[in-house]
Ligand binder design. Structure first.
Ligand SMILES: Nc1ncnc2c1ncn2[C@@H]1O[C@H](COP(=O)(O)OP(=O)(O)OP(=O)(O)O)[C@@H](O)[C@H]1O
Ligand SMILES: [Mg+2]
Length: 469
């Protein structure tokens, strides 16, 4: 079995900016915090070490005085206790002679390696008493006892409570505010990136709400200078596209027009041939030719209709006052025969009074024809289709067929868009034509489900005050 390659995230400007700003910022802050924390810890360790050394020197002083006064090393232990007294830590003292014999203390404090000690050098070392971590200093005491020179080792140690406490204090007074600064900077960077990229969102919104027919230059106020070249390029592209569309529009209209005459000839010749006494296979082939030429004719007519109704394509639109009610009833009547063939109950519900709008009746007929044609073709046999006109200048076609899924209700108005799983033949142009003709009339076309919650209901709402001609 081949494993799927991991899905690559699309490149995002926001992510790239955040990554390049936040990661170095976080790294710098973290390194800075670690360095400052260690420096602060080193300084405090030095200060406590000096205190320890002072205590060791006081012990030396006391020992010298004791020897001078009493000839004893271990007297005045209260004074020694005072020197070493510490409210946070347990202290340890050992005085050893040159053979390593314990002269003073309980001998719990381990000795450093002898080589580490010299008379000039006080040696600090970390050790353990039982489970307790100990910081200790070893120093030498050179003394004359009974005319003989002795070099004794003075070891002073203490537990690490106050040092550990200080390390905790440094964390809380320094590292925690630092972490808060990091969080705040992260928030500010994210805010800054969002604000910086906001004009792109404005540009996106301006492009998104544009009609596909609108080839005017983009006019988005207050765009930053970095984005302006982009909009200039888009404007140039729109200009070029407008020129291409113009050519294409004419081409479609001309090509469809040129196809009409030969198609009419083909249909007439096929009709003539069908009426002859043909062997069954020939007759079948002729029926197929007839079907295809009818479809082709429909496609050509739809193409011509699209080209004719495109905004700006035909300046000859003449909106004139007309009664939507009467017009729709007559147009619906023309479809009754076809509806009967499809096995569909086609009805009309009009308003009791004339419903006046400003309209182009040829185009409105094309529009209504497409809506009724769809309803008849896409609804199953036995369905009901109702064309309605009401006093609010709404012309609608409602059916109780399969309906149109909500997620498709915008897209079906796009050219060539058809629903999947649809067996009925079509070009996907009808609703695009409906929309274009509605726009010509300043009307809005929408689709929803029918009143019963199923089927499709297309509504064309004409402006209450018809646009001036
Ligand atoms: N009343 C309806 N009920 C269900 N589906 C519909 C209805 N009207 C339209 N549709 C769906 O919308 C699609 C688009 O319709 P449209 O009229 O634009 O194109 P078409 O009918 O396929 O082709 P053309 O109208 O150009 O012959 C249709 O293919 C169909 O799937
Ligand atoms: Mg159609």
């Amino acid at each position: 079995m081949s494993s799927k390659p991991p899905k690559k995230l699309p490149r995002s400007l926001r992510r790239t900016l955040l990554l390049w700003l936040l990661l170095p910022l976080l790294a710098l802050f973290s390194i800075g915090t670690a360095v400052v924390y260690h420096i602060a810890l080193d300084y405090s360790e030095d200060a406590y070490d000096r205190g320890l050394l002072e205590a060791a020197n006081d012990v030396i002083q006391l020992t010298k005085e004791s020897l001078k006064n009493t000839g004893q090393v271990a007297t005045q232990s209260e004074a020694r206790d005072m020197i070493l007294a510490d409210q946070f830590d347990e202290t340890f003292l050992s005085i050893l002679d040159e053979q390593g014999k314990l002269l003073v203390g309980n001998g719990k404090l381990p000795k450093p390696h002898l080589n580490d000690i010299s008379s000039e050098n006080n040696f600090f070392y970390d050790t353990k008493v039982g489970h307790k971590e100990i910081r200790a200093v070893a120093t030498l005491l050179t003394i004359q006892v009974n005319g003989k020179a002795h070099t004794w080792q003075i070891l002073v140690g203490e537990t690490r409570h106050k040092r550990d406490q200080l390390a905790d204090d440094i964390i809380s007074i320094f590292v925690i505010p630092q972490a808060i600064i990091i969080l705040l900077s992260t928030g500010l960077v994210m805010l800054g990136v969002r604000r910086g990229l906001a004009p792109l969102e404005v540009l996106r919104a301006a492009l998104a709400k544009r009609s596909h027919n609108d080839m005017q230059a983009l006019e988005v106020p207050d765009l930053p200078t970095e984005v302006q070249p982009l909009t200039r390029e888009i404007d140039h592209l729109l200009l070029r596209l407008a020129a291409v569309f113009e050519v294409q529009k004419h081409f479609t209209a001309d090509a469809a027009h040129q196809l009409r005459t030969p198609l009419a000839g083909l249909a007439a010749q096929t009709d003539f041939a069908r009426e002859q006494d043909n062997p069954p296979p020939t007759q079948h082939a002729l029926e197929q030719i007839k079907l295809v030429s009818t479809r082709l004719n429909h496609a050509v007519n739809q193409l011509l209709s699209v080209a004719r109704n495109e905004p700006g394509a035909d300046k000859s639109v003449q909106l004139a006052p007309m009664d939507l009610n009467e017009f729709s009833r007559d147009a619906t009547l023309e479809w009754v025969e076809v509806a009967v063939r499809y096995g569909i109950d086609l009805g009309f519900e009009g308003h009791s009074e004339p419903v006046l709008i400003a309209g182009d009746d040829v185009r409105l007929k094309e529009m209504l024809d497409n809506l009724i044609d769809n309803a008849l073709r896409y609804c199953p046999k036995g369905s009901r289709v109702t064309v309605r006109v009401d006093e609010k200048q709404i012309l609608s076609v409602e059916d109780n067929g399969h309906g149109i899924p909500p997620e498709e209700r915008e897209r079906i108005f796009e050219r060539f868009h058809r629903l999947l799983g649809n067996e009925a033949h079509g070009n996907g142009l009808g609703l695009a034509i409906v929309k274009e003709i509605a726009e010509i009339h300043g009307a809005e076309v929408t689709v929803s489900e029918g009143a019963g919650g199923y089927g499709a209901w297309f509504k064309v709402s004409f402006p209450v005050h018809p646009p001036a001609q």
